[in-house]
Design a binder for this molecule. Sequence first.
Ligand code: ADP
Length: 223
Amino acid sequence: MQDHAHVVILLGPPGAGKGTQSARLSAALGIPAISTGEILRAECQSGSDLGREVETVLARGELVDDQTMNELVTCRLRKSDCARGCILDGYPRTVAQARYLDTLNFAVPRIFDFIVSARDVIARLGGRKYCPECGQTFSTAQVCSRDGSPLIQREDDKPAVIRERLRVYRRNMDKLVRFYQSRDYHLIHATRAPDMVFEELLRLLDAGRPVRNSILTRSGAYA
Ligand code: ADP
């Protein structure tokens, strides 16, 4: 990876809009958006042994183990399209994964932590669907924009699993934020319109240096 590469890490609860923003950032920066959720869902669809194991973990709303995640991500980052950087959506999710990422000799990561109210998380997840063919997630569409397939609700977007995913998220996120907070870390108020969030991300990325946002706090949100 080159020195000027962007490695953008999006943190935030399920439904915070990380997928939407990572797609937009990917187009704007010309680097791939890597969603570990999508990688895992593709693995499940492949019917591999690993896919079958992962499927049960996802259905429970729990996290896939760190070693598996680190291997999957390393494999993806080795591809040539990551030479100028990438956007990581859904990874790292634990301090062990963050420490591992540090060992990979990537450019210094820029971390954006999406803050969104609990109410919005539930509303957004309840409405979102995914494409059973290509695995992409959509918030409003009825058919996939890539291949036209009818969209379905993710098994893990059912209410009981959402609750578990949020619990798991809260359990890990405090430690992960403490790990990153003294670095190039920014809180992003993600309840706003997607265009506003995107503009702020571009502005912060353009600044190219740590900018602390002291107005936002993480208290009271799923963050
Ligand atoms: P969301 O961010 O909405 O939870 P994702 O598509 O990012 O959805 O992830 C779906 C599921 O995949 C997670 O609930 C978790 O089980 C698993 N997963 C994704 N990324 C990771 C990771 N970095 N570590 C462990 N498990 C992961």
